[in-house]
Write a protein that binds this ligand. Structure first.
Ligand SMILES: Cc1cc2nc3c(=O)[nH]c(=O)nc-3n(C[C@H](O)[C@H](O)[C@H](O)COP(=O)(O)OP(=O)(O)OC[C@H]3O[C@@H](n4cnc5c(N)ncnc54)[C@H](O)[C@@H]3O)c2cc1C
Length: 539
């Protein structure tokens, strides 16, 4: 059943955004460019402050780094180690807020680290670090276990010279769904957001940026959108728009790649922090949505930012090396890998020799009225948004920005008739991801669609609801961002194409030709960016 033609929905949104501009005095207060977590957070903050605001994203929402992270909402022990107390404190407080306010989307996770005789870090130095971490969170959340007990928490880990290990607390999330929930809530508060719309040129009046020329990537129509403030939240791409206002070129794009394994092949009940034997960098193993994620790497990304990043054979080998070192009994090899993914971190370059030594805080530049923001983390998106809005307030006299400490998200209805039919874990997961729309998601299920897609925590109804209401344009939008089945299932979920096709054809009105075209494009993308690259050692 096609409730309303997706093209018609898009046309309406385009008209609404561009019609407002036909009288310049009725332009927007804020135009946000970039539909990752940073842009989404700013949009939500602006809408909550009663501003007329809109966001455009050149590809799909969360297409950039924000669906390719390590899925952690964390204080960041490495920032603490680097002496960045402020970033750690802010991150920890935001982590606690997200756990409290978005259960089911951001959930606590135990992290384990083992200590071996003669290796650094040792138990005591790590305990001191974690004590500071817990003091900042105002919550005691770590404990030491001697080897005998520790192996119950982390089965299969290397036993030789094992002294014991510590368990501490952080959290995990579904990064792309965090973006979607944020955008949806912004829309609920009156904001507009369009995917597959690129901002090509900034409109500069005198010495001030006052809008942008936007282009519908799907139809090539263009329009001018005027706004009191334009925010450049384009992450790793930020320097491109800054160039148009003669701004600096500060971004050092760093690639971070991950491997995904079937859970049964690398079973971990909680996350494990491993220290890589080659360079002593921390690498994480994380149980996530029915699979196990291992990552990440940290390398200069010199490829074209417009092509999707993918893991290299050397990165696969690097991650396999630490797994063999930490889990020798499991005999993990290339053939066990389910999928791979890579993201580009927008780090502000300070010419540090090693990428891992670069700062991870966000930076804001105001250049001819263009506010650019880049860097930072998923975890701190609310604070980054506040920071940007404070800068915007200098140009919008009616705007007063205060951290009102209001709840981040609208409260989900967990008492709905349909929702109550599900088990508690599923109720919680769905309420976290879909907030006030949860009952609608469950209610749209047909026949067997309340069942989980085998091997994952996703239910089929999520696909149907996303196709119906979440501006899905391509099959990859549905399988790599509305859900992340594309990295959780063998061969990107191609084995379930019959069921997925039925949903897409009913909800998106795709005929057979369109389906085949989408399926081929998805297969080729998956092969290029999510499979194991040729050249990896074949063990
Ligand atoms: C490997 C890796 C692991 C990470 N792990 C974590 C983690 O575990 N926890 C954590 O908190 N953080 C993590 N991070 C950091 C976090 O993912 C990023 O800081 C965050 O996602 C950046 O979001 P963003 O919105 O700034 O950028 P993006 O998500 O990249 O969004 C920018 C968007 O702008 C769009 N865009 C660009 N140019 C234009 C244009 N001209 N017009 C319209 N749109 C445009 C792009 O298409 C893109 O979608 C990780 C990062 C990486 C790379």
């Amino acid at each position: 059943m096609v409730t309303s033609n997706p093209q018609e929905q898009r046309d309406r949104a385009w008209l609404e955004l561009t019609r407002r501009d036909s009288q310049k005095s009725h332009g927007l207060d804020i135009l946000v460019i970039g539909g990752g977590i940073t842009g989404a957070g700013i949009l939500m903050g602006a809408a909550r402050h009663g501003l007329a605001c809109a966001l455009v994203e050149q590809r799909d929402f969360a297409w950039g780094t924000s669906s390719r992270s390590s899925k952690m909402v964390h204080g960041g022990l490495r920032y603490l180690l680097a002496g960045n107390l402020k970033l750690t404190r802010e991150s920890i407080r935001e982590r606690q807020r997200l756990i409290r306010e978005a259960p089911g989307l951001v959930d606590p996770m135990g992290f384990l680290i083992a200590f071996y005789k003669g290796h650094f870090p040792g138990r005591w130095s790590f305990s001191i670090l974690l004590t500071v971490y817990d003091v900042l969170a105002r919550r005691w959340n770590h404990r030491y276990y001697p080897a005998k007990k520790y192996i119950w928490l982390a089965p299969h880990i290397a036993l030789k010279h094992l002294k014991g290990g510590i368990k501490y607390g952080d959290a995990i999330t579904d990064d792309a769904r965090l973006v979607f929930r944020t955008i949806r809530e912004a829309r609920q508060d009156g904001a507009q957001a369009l995917n597959y719309v690129a901002a090509d040129r900034l409109i500069i009046n005198g010495d001030r940026v006052c809008g942008a020329t936007i282009r519908d990537v799907l139809s090539t129509r263009t329009a001018e959108v005027h706004a009191k403030i334009v925010v450049n939240a384009t992450g790793a791409w930020a320097d491109r728009l800054r160039k148009q206002v003669d701004g600096g070129q500060d971004i050092r794009p760093l690639r971070g790649s991950h491997l995904v394994f079937p859970f049964w092949r690398l079973p971990v009940a909680q996350a494990i922090t491993m220290i890589h034997p080659a360079d002593r960098r921390p690498v994480f193993v994380l149980p996530w949505e029915g699979a196990t994620i291992v990552g990440n790497t940290d390398l200069d990304h010199t490829e074209d930012l417009d092509s999707e990043a993918s893991i290299t054979p050397q990165e696969v080998d690097y991650l396999l090396e630490v797994l063999r070192y930490q889990f020798p009994a499991l005999g993990i090899g290339r053939g066990d890998i389910l999928s791979t993914y890579a993201g580009v971190r927008p780090v502000i370059g300070t010419s540090a020799l090693s990428p891992s030594k670069e700062k991870r805080d966000h930076s804001i530049w105001v250049e001819r009225g263009l506010i650019s923001v880049s860097g930072g983390k998923l975890t701190t998106f609310r604070l980054i948004a506040l920071d940007v809005l404070k800068r915007a307030a200098r140009f919008i006299p009616s705007l007063t920005v205060k951290d009102r400490n209001e709840p981040l998200f609208h409260y989900p209805n967990t008492q709905g008739h349909y929702l109550r039919q599900l088990d508690h874990a599923l109720q919680r997961r769905l309420a976290g991801r879909y907030g006030p729309k949860t009952e609608e998601v469950v209610g749209c299920a047909k026949d067997w669609e309340l069942m989980r897609v085998p091997g994952t925590d996703t239910i089929w109804a999520e696909l149907r609801w996303a196709a119906r209401t979440e501006a899905v344009v391509h099959l990859e939008d549905l399988l790599l961002r509305r859900t992340q089945l594309g990295i959780l299932l063998q061969e990107g979920g191609m084995g379930f194409f019959d069921q997925i096709r039925a949903i897409c054809q009913e909800e998106l009105g795709w005929d057979n030709y369109r389906w085949h075209h989408e399926a081929e494009a998805y297969k080729s993308l998956w092969q290029r960016c999510h499979s194991v690259p040729e050249g990896t050692e074949n063990r």
